[in-house]
Design a protein around this ligand. Sequence first.
Ligand code: SF4
Ligand code: SF4
Ligand code: SF4
Length: 205
Amino acid sequence: MSDHMTRRGALAKAARGAAALALGGGAFHLVRKAEGQIVWNVDAAKCINSRLGETGVEVCGLCTTECVVSQSAVRAVNEFSKCGRCNICPAYFNVTSAVNEKGLPSEKLCPRDAIERKPIGHVDPDDPANNFYEYVIDEAKCDGCGKCVLACKEPLGLGSIVLRVRHNLCVDCNRCAISTACPKDAIHQVSVKQAFDHVQLGSHT
Ligand code: SF4
Ligand code: SF4
Ligand code: SF4
């Protein structure tokens, strides 16, 4: 088997595993919710951290602090279909920190160490730019602070990390406390079907 095929096979396998992880409890919980039920969701096109054109502005942490659940029901999710699986991911590394002996930034960006970096296939130490990594967010650790979301946007990132209300964690407040506080009116209600379609779209490669 050629190197090319080996790389493609490894990428496809990693993508399938990552998609299953991304679907995780949130999607499974969604399909069990009653058909026609309305759930809260983050509109990535409006959210300060997610929407394009906001690179460099201060991160909005209101999804973390305003939720009535002690560890917010909002989490960062990596939409693997968009992720470049970069060697130096600006959402994983603090790209302004000093470079270490491996040629990588010495500090991570996430304050909760909630992002895992796993190599895909063979790692060639002599060709770091041609090595690929899977970045998986640990839902148990993440609190939706949005730092990685803001960092994963052009020009350094591809905008593959977004904030989502995780429906296995949200208690479906009648008036979502985050929607009241959000300066961009980015928390809105959608049907279970729309929310489920969105999860599927974001997770497939
Ligand atoms: S409060 Fe609104 S703008 Fe702030 S992170 Fe949440 S969805 Fe984004
Ligand atoms: S949203 Fe915040 S806590 Fe969650 S993975 Fe990103 S940087 Fe870490
Ligand atoms: S509806 Fe309630 S639990 Fe769900 S995200 Fe909003 S404030 Fe948090």
